[in-house]
Design a protein around this ligand. Structure first.
Ligand code: C2E
Ligand code: CA
Ligand code: CA
Length: 403
């Protein structure tokens, strides 16, 4: 048995309470919850009067009493191990010399076997009976309810990790570029770099980045995307807008990566969706980068309520109006008024204004009319390779009769 001691989590403490109930009600010396994998039985939480037994011990699954019970070779309730040859020949009967034993399976809500809920004694106990088994079954299902959320969460994390790790090892996502066009002249001033993950994942990039962040590799993934994006800089003209989360911005490695780039060609896009807990810290972090010429954009403005605060607290160089207030602006008075006032507000704060999600000619013309400086969207181009970029994009003045 390999002792690996660890702190008990809240879940462990709740399980320990159930185990104490089992141990005391059955009058046995030891109770434990075990998890079973293919080969090993992990005694995850152990309640015992003897320090010899503790959380985290392991033993071979194949020769455990629990396995023999699961296989139906032994009954769930064993008042005297010495009386059953099948039990007596197992290692536990010699050391630690188990003499009485009760074991019931712990199953999760999908029917899968998690492990076992057990109690054991070092003397035979002919009083052990069916009623004890019934109590153990109740306690085992209570234990299953307690551990299930953690099991599901670990499974989710493992699934995400096994999907992401090969991509991280291979250097990160592919990156495509979408032009950002001056509405007055049609000239492409810059591009936004957008990550692309394998199509068969069926997940939008923001979903993948959020999943990565949830298992602690968000910054690593963002930095790989940033490096992939930066590798395209020599192949294009104009500036490149790159998406970063506040957490990544605070990471030293981000600053190292950015320092290697032509800073005057870089715009960092910070989403209004990302909560900023400490604006002073964010400003301090951004100051040296902005001093080097890197520009700051607040992305997705208008999508929620935090953007105005983001803008006031960071005085960005660029504000990017969210697609939700841009699409359909030509046919909607309320949107038009909202965009107009955001343009005034942005210009008043010394920022240029980019509208994103521009899909139609009418919206493009309307945006130009209300003073939006730049536009990005499918009307001009879908995100693509550097070769697919043009230097100039026209807005048709005459409506296309077939459109
Ligand atoms: P975002 O920064 O708001 O990016 C704009 C999204 O709008 C992109 O979605 C783009 O493909 C899409 N889009 C552009 N023009 C149009 C249009 O005319 N109509 C419509 N319906 N959509 C348009 P995408 O590429 O799926 O990216 C989704 C989000 O994922 C991005 O939203 C951004 O938050 C995040 N993301 C993408 N790449 C990266 C990255 O490298 N790093 C980080 N941190 N986030 C990224
Ligand atoms: Ca963006
Ligand atoms: Ca956006």
């Amino acid at each position: 048995m390999a002792p690996t001691r660890r702190e008990r989590s809240d879940t462990d403490l709740k399980i320990a309470e159930l185990l104490r109930t089992a141990k005391e009600s059955l009058g046995l010396s030891l109770a434990f919850l075990s998890r079973l994998d293919e080969e090993v039985q992990y005694l995850e939480v152990v309640e015992s009067a003897f320090p010899l037994f503790h959380d985290g011990q392991t033993q071979a699954r194949a020769t455990s009493l629990c396995q023999a019970i699961l296989d139906g070779k032994l009954p769930s309730v064993i008042p005297n191990v010495a009386k059953l040859p099948e039990a007596k020949r197992l290692p536990a009967a010699r050391f630690p010399r188990i003499r009485s034993y009760v074991s019931v399976p712990v199953s999760l809500s999908d029917g899968s076997l998690y492990g076992t809920f057990c109690a054991a004694g070092f003397t035979a106990d002919k009083e052990l009976n069916k009623r004890d088994r019934a109590l153990m079954e109740v306690l085992a299902s209570a234990a299953a309810t307690i551990i299930e959320p953690g099991v599901r969460e670990r499974q989710r994390e493992a699934d995400i990790r096994s999907e992401l790790q090969p991509l991280i090892d291979a250097g990160g996502p592919d990156v495509v570029l979408q032009p950002i066009v001056a509405l007055a002249s049609g000239v492409r001033e810059g591009v936004e770099a957008l990550s692309r993950f394998p199509r068969d994942w069926g997940k939008a990039p923001d979903v993948v980045f959020a999943e990565a962040a949830s298992i602690g590799v968000g910054t690593q993934l963002e930095l790989l995307a940033l490096r992939r994006a930066a590798s395209l800089l020599p192949h294009i003209s104009g500036y490149m807008a790159i998406n970063v989360s506040p957490l990544t911005l605070l990471d030293e490695r981000c600053h190292v990566a950015l320092a290697e780039l032509p800073t005057e060609r870089i715009v960092l896009e910070l989403s209004e969706h990302d909560p900023v807990e400490d604006y002073d810290l964010l400003r301090e972090t951004l100051a040296p980068l902005r001093h080097e010429g890197i520009r700051l954009a607040i992305d997705d403005v208008g999508a929620g309520f935090s953007s105005l605060r983001h803008i006031l607290m960071t005085s960005p160089d660029v504000i990017k109006l969210d697609r939700s207030i841009v699409a359909g602006v030509a046919d909607d008075h309320v949107l038009r008024t909202l965009v107009h006032s955001l343009v005034d507000f942005g210009h008043g704060a010394g920022a240029t204004v980019v509208a994103e999600g521009v899909e139609t000619r009418d919206d493009a013309l309307e945006l130009r009319e209300v003073g939006v400086d730049f536009a990005q969207g499918w009307y001009f181009a879908r995100p693509g390779t550097p070769e697919q970029l043009a230097d100039r994009y026209e807005i048709d003045e005459v409506p296309n009769p077939s459109a």
